[in-house]
Design a protein around this ligand. Structure first.
Ligand SMILES: [Zn+2]
Length: 425
């Protein structure tokens, strides 16, 4: 960083500062071990802030600014610069402060340091990054505002084949849902398109209307949960734009959630019944069946299988419900055409109806209401797993950023978690 002579130079590194259009004037180290690098701009002009003319009449320096920059070997680095000022002859001598590309006026950081903060924030929290970097909480938030937009930049997208709509509860128990809209790109990358304030039909329809027309020909499927608001929004949007062919596909994981719920319900009933009927000793044998019962049959350990069998001996109904559940899951696993899937699921439904079970009644109604859209999964058989995988990510982000109540902030944090490594690494 500066030239030293003699033995000591063996312990010195010289490297470029990598900030364009500046010259290093001085490097100092303060008592805290921070590097203070004073620089001077080498650019000899500015653009008049009033008339846009290029100015070359230098008129002194403005007040010195100090900007946090990337650390060097673990030491904090601050760049000090006194911005040059130029006078405009056309605008009655009005002064313009020169702007260099590597920092923004009013930002306490260089752009490189803002990017560094963004990278630290991926899968982390403002509080954590603030502590690790010894930067104020507000300064980290300020960097987010400078670096991350609060809604989708359509220019970044060239296709929208599969759109996923899902919701998360912002506050537990408040029924306060926001809708998360994503898309899976053909390279597998999942991009965030929107965080909507609610999941009303009109809100979703307005979002769909914000899609630029140039992307219409790429639209194919909207993958959602069984929620009227979403389905109706898609139907209305498609009706208003005859050139758009957009199909609603019910995410298979949401279908599974639905029929699995029936088995859970029965398990609770049966466990209550058995607790009354069995001796404490006998009941202990089947306790802890919740997790084995939740698992797919092929994932069970030998021990879990034994436990389940013991429970099934005591509860034939639960055994039957479990086998129905596994049978339906395997239909979704099979490579079937939409027509074949329809037949298989109808056959499954008949067997369930003819059985003694009532725990699937609610699901059968849902199935009936959404049948065609559920079957759309088999046409094309694209993996809808991205919605589920993303959901888990969103849940983690939400938990981590506890207290985020604004959907624009949630958009920024989700965007950062999804795109951060690509954009800032
Ligand atoms: Zn001017």
């Amino acid at each position: 960083m500066s030239n030293h002579q003699g033995l000591k130079s063996r312990n010195l590194l010289t490297f470029p500062l990598d900030l364009p259009e500046v010259e290093v004037i001085r490097v100092e180290i303060n008592e805290g071990g921070d590097y203070i690098v004073t620089v001077e701009s080498t650019r000899n002009s500015a653009i008049c802030q009033t008339c846009g003319e290029r100015l070359t009449k230098f008129n002194g320096h403005g007040r010195e600014v100090e900007l946090r920059h990337l650390p060097i070997l673990g030491h904090r680095v601050y760049i000090r610069i006194r911005p040059k000022q130029y006078e405009c002859p056309k605008c009655k001598g009005k002064m313009t402060t020169q702007k260099l590309d590597w920092y923004e006026s009013k930002s306490p950081h260089t752009k490189a340091y803002d990017r560094h903060l963004m990278l630290q924030l991926v899968n982390s929290t403002v509080e954590d990054v603030s502590r690790k970097e010894a930067v104020g909480y507000d300064a980290v938030e300020g960097a987010i505002v400078r670096c991350i937009q609060t809604s989708v930049n359509w220019d970044e997208l060239t296709e929208l084949q599969i759109i996923g709509i899902d919701e998360i509860a912002m506050r537990k128990g408040h029924g306060n849902f926001v809708a998360i809209i994503t898309t899976q790109q053909s390279d597998g990358h999942v991009a965030l398109l929107g965080v909507l304030a609610d999941r009303q039909k009109e809100t979703v329809r307005q979002f769909l209307e914000s899609i630029p027309q140039r992307l219409y020909p790429t639209l194919e499927k909207v993958c959602t949960d069984m929620w009227e608001g979403y389905a109706n929004a898609v139907t209305e949007f498609a009706a208003a734009h005859p050139e758009v062919s957009l199909e609603v596909v019910i995410d298979r994981f949401h279908v599974a959630e639905n029929y699995r719920e029936g088995v859970d319900l029965l398990r609770k009933q049966e466990c209550r019944r058995l607790k009354k009927e069995l001796s404490a000793e006998e009941y202990a044998e089947i306790q802890g069946v919740l997790w084995p019962l939740r698992k797919n049959h092929e994932d069970l350990t030998a021990d879990e299988q034994k436990k389940l069998e013991r429970l099934f001996e005591r509860s034939p109904d639960l055994k039957l419900a479990y086998s129905f559940r596994e049978a339906l899951t395997s239909i979704f696993e099979m490579q079937l055409t939409k027509e074949e899937a329809k037949e298989s699921i109808l056959a499954w439904q008949d067997k369930v109806r003819q059985s003694v079970l009532t725990c699937f009644d609610k699901f059968l109604t849902t199935l009936n209401n959404w049948f065609d859209k559920i079957l759309n999964y088999f046409a094309g058989r694209f993996s809808s797993g991205f919605v589920e995988g993303l959901n888990n990510k969103i849940k983690t982000t939400k938990r981590r950023c506890y207290g985020i109540l604004q959907n624009t902030t949630l958009f920024q944090r989700l965007y950062l978690d999804l795109e951060g490594y690509r954009r800032f690494a």
